[in-house]
Ligand binder design. Sequence first.
Ligand SMILES: CC(=O)c1sc(CCOP(=O)(O)OP(=O)(O)O)c(C)[n+]1Cc1cnc(C)nc1N
Ligand SMILES: [Mg+2]
Length: 622
Amino acid sequence: MGVLERVNSTDDVSALSRDELHALAAELRSEIIRVCSLGGGHLASSLGAVELTVALHHLYDTARDRIVWDVGHQTYGHKIITGRKDRIDTIRQPGGLAGFTTSSESPHDALTVGHASTSLAAALGMALARDARGDDYSIVAVIGDGALTGGMALAALNQIGHVKPKMTIVLNDNEMSISENVGALNTFMRSLQVQPWLHEVEAQGKRTLGQISQTLVDLGSRAKKAARRFFDPNSANPFHAMGVRYVGPIDGHDIDQLLYYLAHVQELSGPTMLHIVTKKGKGYKIAESDPIYWHGPPKFDASKPVAASKGYTWSSAFGDAACALSSADDRVWVITPAMREGSGLVAYSQKHPERYLDVGIAEDVAVTTAAGLALRGEKPIVAIYSTFLQRGFDQVIHDVCLENLDVVFAIDRAGLVGGDGMTHQGVYDLAYLRALPNMSVAMPKDVPEMRAMLKTALKLGGPKAVRWPRGKATPAPEAPVAAWEELTWGSWEVLKEGSRAFILALGPTVGYALQATADLPEVGVVNARFVKPLDEALLERLARRAEVLITAEDHVLMGGLGSAVAETLVDKGLRVPLHRLGIPDVHVPHGDPAAQHEAFGYGPRALRRTLEALGLAQPTLL
Ligand SMILES: CC(=O)c1sc(CCOP(=O)(O)OP(=O)(O)O)c(C)[n+]1Cc1cnc(C)nc1N
Ligand SMILES: [Mg+2]
C-alpha cells in the first residue's frame, strides 16, 4: 500500500517518517499529473509546490494553524492530503471541487481566493485577530514570486514589517508568473541565488561542519551574511528594509531543508520571510521545460503529453488586431498585467517589443501607466481580463476618466469563464464601467466588429472599453487596418426584423437569439453592441412598435444591458414591457458556460422557452 492511501487526514501526515514524507511527495506528484490529465488544471504550479505542501502539513495542524495560499491555484496537493483525495478528480468540473482554495470546501482552506497578492494582507488580519484573542495558532502565508509583484502584497509587507506579528511568509520563487516573471524584485531575487556550484560547495561545507557541530554551521551562515553585507552594502535586502526578517534562499524541493528552516523560523518572534527556490512543473519534464503552457493545460494524455493548440480564439483575434493597429500607428502601445499568453499577446510582444509592457500582476499600475502614456500623446491599449480590471477600477475613474484620456480597454474573458469559477467570472464590468462619465463600453458580435470597434475607439479617443468572451472565435480574412470598418460609435444594428418583438442581444447572445428565432418572422434580433452609449433613437423606435422587448446578456442583470435599457425606457416614458435575461444576484461557481447560459435563461433553448412563454412561439413538445 502506498503512503497516500494511508493518508486520510493531516494528522496522518504529521505522523509520517522522513522517508514516508519523501514517498508521499512522489505519490502526490503522480496524482496531480493524473488529475490534471483528466480535466486540465493548474499543473505546473501544483507540481512546484509538492514538497512545500508536504512539509507544511507535516509541521502544522492546518485545521487550527492557518496556511494562507496566495492565488490558491497551486493547492492540488494540499487538497488531496486534506481529506479531498476521493473528490480530486472533480476539480474545476461542474459541481466538483473548486480550482483554488475555498473556505466553504474545507476547514484546511484558510480563505477563498483566486486573485493574486491577497495572502499577506489576509494573513496580517488573521495574526491581528489571533493576538487580540490571546490565541497561539501559527500563520503561514505562501506567496509566489509573481503574486509578490502585486501592489497589495508589497503594501501589506510594509504593514507587516511595521506591526511585526509573529508569522511566516514563504516566498515560493520559481522565476515564473504565468509568463516569465518581471520587475526589479525578480531581478533582486535572482541575485540572491548564487550559482548552483556555489550552493553545492556551501551545502557540502554545511554537511561537513554539521557533523562536527550545528553551532559551527550557524556561525558559518551568519558569517556569510555579514560578509555579504560588508562587501556589498547594496545587498541590503528590501525585505529586511521593510522590517521583515529574511531567510534564504533554500531549495524548495528539499523536504529536509524545508522542515529544518520552517521549524526554526517558526520559533522566531515577529515576521520572517523564508525564500524558497522551486521549479515550476517540477518532476514532470515537459512541464519543467515549458511552464508557460503547462501552467494551466486542458486535459492531456499523461503517457505522451504534448502541448495542444487552443485553436483560434477571441484572444488570438485581439493579438492579431493589436499587431496590425500598432504597425499602422506608432503611438499605439499594449500593456498587460502579467497575462501575455492569456490575452493573445505573444506575437505582439515579439513584433512590437518597444511598445509592449508587462507590468506584472499589477492591474492598477497597468491602468495608470496607460494614463501617463496618454497624457503624453500616446495611444495605449490596456489588455486585461474583465475580472482583473476590478483591481484597477479606481485608476480607471481617477486617472483615466476624470481626464478623459485616450485609453482603450481591451477586455478579455467578459462573461462566464468556466473552470476558474467564482473569483474569475467576467460579469460585472458593464455595471461598473457604465457608471463612469466619459467612459463607453462596446461588445462585438464577431471578429470584424472587434477590429472595427478597436480602430474606431483609437480614432475617436477618450476612455473606451471593448469586451469579448473567453473561447473560440470565427477567423476573419486578414485585411489592412485601413480596410477595417469605422463604426458610428453608439449605433446598434438590426440583424433581423420583427413585427411583434425584439431581442436586444450582446456578444454571444446575438448568435443565441438568431438561433432561437430562425423560424419566427415576428421576432426581431438587434445587435445591441454598445451598452454605453445606447442607441437611444433606435431603442425608442423599437419600443414604439413592439409588444415586448427582451434583453439577453452574459452579465449580471444588476447594472448590465437590461438595466441600461430599462433606465432609458423609463426616462423616455416608453411603456413597452421589458423582459431582462442575464445572471441573477449570485456568485457563479465553476462549470460549463454553455450549460450555465441555459440555466440562467439566455442560452438558445432557454431563450426559445421564454418566447414560447410570451406567446411569441408555438410551444415545442420537447
Ligand atoms: C490562476 C491565475 O489566475 C493566475 S496564476 C498567476 C501567476 C502567479 O504567479 P506566482 O509566481 O504567484 O505563482 P506560480 O504560478 O506558482 O509561479 C496569474 C498572473 N494569474 C492570473 C491573475 C492575474 N491578476 C490577478 C489579480 N490575479 C490572478 N490570479
Ligand atoms: Mg511563480
